[in-house]
Design a protein around this ligand. Structure first.
Ligand code: MG
Length: 256
């Protein structure tokens, strides 16, 4: 791989605190490392305490933005129930309450059946049913990437525009076409405690690019995690461990 586009390390608290700040964090590949199965991911007590402490420093203006459904975000971070956008924005829990997406069930039933049929021929790949969408995972059988991509493209094309393909790391997802992480950020920024604060968005995947662009529209800052170069992000952090280190430094600067 060619060397990554040089992007600076994101600023610390002395600069961030010059304006009221809000923090929007992706979960997988950003706050926590990937596991072989997404159900194996669980936040440590230390990470939860770190995020809760930063939340109090930001007067509650911290939210998790993930492809995971809200109920799964809550499983990863239990007993903490943070503000969050789940399913790439299909579900949002902000200061104004919780909005859940009611999917077009006919299209999903057809898509679920088509995927289930085809995945039987890709041993080791499996389907995660998110309720409003479907994810085809193949982390254990990466040789099926081409098959998986072609399969979800075919199912999306048959969905009358209701489902869109979202590529991730060893996952091809069919999500409602009406949502993305950028719209989720717009929605949360319209609610307390986020409104009027400068958003700082941190994420690793292509799904986070829409949130980066939204952060810029709101006068905010974008931080990419990892070596990817096709990005609009302004800053870069190497990996989840370094993200946790950056957050720890911020906390030490807030409460020296
Ligand atoms: Mg991620």
């Amino acid at each position: 791989m060619s060397p990554s586009l040089p992007l600076p390390h994101p600023p610390g608290w002395p600069e961030l605190s010059q304006q009221p700040t809000s923090l929007f964090l992706d979960i997988d590949g950003t706050l926590v490392e990937f596991e072989s199965h997404p159900d194996l991911v669980r936040a440590t007590d230390g990470l939860i305490l770190l995020l809760q402490s930063i939340s109090s420093a930001l007067e509650g203006a911290i939210a998790l933005i993930s492809g995971r459904p809200l109920h799964d975000i809550d499983r990863v971070f239990q007993p903490w129930q943070p503000f969050a956008a789940g399913g790439h924005g299909a579900e949002v829990r902000g200061g104004a309450g919780t909005r859940l997406h009611r999917p077009d069930s006919d299209q999903l039933v057809v898509a679920r059946a088509a995927l289930t049929d085809a995945v039987a021929k890709l041993p080791g790949a499996w389907i995660e049913d998110k309720g409003y969408g479907l994810a085809l995972h193949y982390r254990e059988v990466p040789q099926y990437e081409g098959n998986a991509a072609a399969l979800v493209e075919r199912v999306a094309a048959a969905s009358n525009g209701t489902l869109e393909v979202q590529r991730g790391a060893y996952v091809q997802e069919l999500r409602p076409a009406a949502f993305d992480k950028g719209l989720a950020l717009d929605e949360l920024m319209g609610q307390l405690p986020f409104s009027g604060r400068r958003p700082v968005v941190v994420g690793d995947d292509h799904t986070d690019e829409a949130a980066f662009a939204s952060a810029h529209r709101h006068g905010g800052i974008s931080v990419l995690v990892g070596p990817r170069d096709d990005t609009v992000a302004q800053y870069r952090i190497t990996d989840p461990e370094a993200v946790r280190g950056w957050l720890t430094e911020i906390l030490e600067e807030v409460f020296p």
